[in-house]
Design a protein around this ligand. Structure first.
Ligand SMILES: Cc1ncc(COP(=O)(O)O)c(C=O)c1O
Length: 382
């Protein structure tokens, strides 16, 4: 069982940070990699042409290990989730009889691309609302999603967990259903990959897009995406030199190439060999691969189970374990409690959580402990 890892971070004492879904705190190893990256520019003659390729490749390999694929050239470095999804949109041909399925209140970067596509093609967006019940909410929401996928569905775009309250979507079942009707499955892994196991070989998504600064513990403005076979031979949203075949040969760059690098590398952002962000992201993934997401889930379960039990006994509502992340979950208040008052009490006690929709979003990680969760419980119950 993983032990508390706080010593690997520089988190200020006196605050209770239960908000990795907002942004992870920086690992000391990641901070050092960034500072080394900044310093490297002091002597540009030490940055070799190989350096444009080698660390990016190490980063792809580290992410490939995390999501269990051997095909590292299907993994690309992206600056944001919206960028990764723009590549998806650029390769879809929809008509007005087609539909796109999303869950209600998805993160805007995973809604606006479909809205634009819908406006351009007439394809319908089917928004699947959660049921207005508490008991069995996650289970029923999953059923509603499955029921909505029909022969007109061309794409399902979802998180593995809902970003606002951690509701877990059963991607194995959703994949089965999308396969049966010939629809694509595009996953936004920003709020799960890194802390919740994700297995490409089990889910076989058409694309998996992840921002890097939350559960992957990287810096801001870098993320990772996986594109499956559907995108082979497709059109990227930008044309840059490094994604073209033989770009390693700097002397021949103006011997313009029609072909791209293998796999999905055509979709990678220009200047992806970012000499500061890439080593930081790599240091983060090395650490996560060492911890392993299944151990992070188990750690989060261990530090939250007793506190959540006490909350439930006091009339608060949390989704059943089976239908939520252990690293990310929503706490809904008993009817008589006013959100505004709870918010103030949480702030006064220097506890960092987020309020999303009607839930308090709590997002612990390996630097937290049960005492911190108990502090939140005491504040809520008092
Ligand atoms: C589920 C989810 N997707 C994506 C993002 C970030 O999107 P982008 O990288 O486009 O800013 C967030 C940020 O909170 C998120 O929660």
């Amino acid at each position: 069982m993983l032990k508390n890892q706080r010593a690997k971070f520089s988190l200020q004492t006196g605050t209770t940070y239960l908000n990795c879904a907002y942004m992870s705190p920086g690992l000391k190893s990641v901070e050092k990699a960034g500072i080394d990256g900044v310093k490297a520019k002091r002597n540009p003659f030490k940055i070799s042409t190989d350096d444009f390729f080698s660390e990016s490749e190490s980063l792809r390999i580290a992410f490939a290990e995390l999501i269990n694929t051997k095909e590292s050239n299907r993994i690309v470095i992206i600056p944001s989730v919206s960028y990764g999804l723009a590549n998806v949109v650029n390769n879809l041909r929809l008509t007005s009889t087609d539909s796109i399925i999303v869950a209600a209140e998805q993160f805007p970067s995973n809604y606006y691309p479909w809205q634009r596509l819908s406006m351009q093609t007439g394809a319908k967006i089917k928004i699947i609302n959660p049921p207005l019940i508490r008991e069995g909410r996650g289970k029923r929401w999953n059923e509603l999603l499955l029921e909505a996928i029909d022969k007109n569905t061309k794409l399902v775009a979802l998180g593995n967990v809902h970003w606002a309250d951690g509701t877990l979507f059963n991607l194995v079942e959703i994949r089965k259903r999308t396969k049966a009707v010939g629809a694509l499955l595009v996953i936004d892994g920003t709020q799960s990959v890194g802390a919740l196991p994700f297995d490409i070989q089990k889910i076989k998504p058409d694309a998996l897009i992840c921002g890097g600064y939350k559960w992957l513990m990287g810096p801001y403005s870098i993320g990772l995406a996986y594109y499956g076979e559907y995108f082979d031979g497709g059109t990227p949203i930008e044309e840059n030199w490094i994604n073209r075949l033989h770009s390693e040969n700097f002397a021949e760059l103006v011997n313009y190439q029609t072909d791209y690098q293998a796999g999905a590398l055509r979709y990678e952002v220009g200047e992806h060999s970012n000499f500061i962000l890439v080593p930081m992201m790599l240091a983060a993934l090395k650490q996560i691969n060492q911890w392993k997401p299944e151990n992070i889930q188990a750690y989060c379960a261990k530090i939250t189970s007793r506190p959540l039990h006490l909350l439930k006994e006091s009339g608060f509502w949390v989704e059943d374990d089976e239908y939520r992340g252990q690293h990310l979950f929503g706490i809904r208040l008993p009817q008589l409690l006013k959100t505004k008052i709870v918010k103030e009490k949480i702030q006064v006690n220097k506890i960092s959580v987020s309020f999303r929709g009607d839930a308090i979003r709590v997002a612990p990680n390996v630097y937290n402990d049960e005492k911190e969760m108990m502090k939140l419980v005491k504040v809520l119950i008092s």
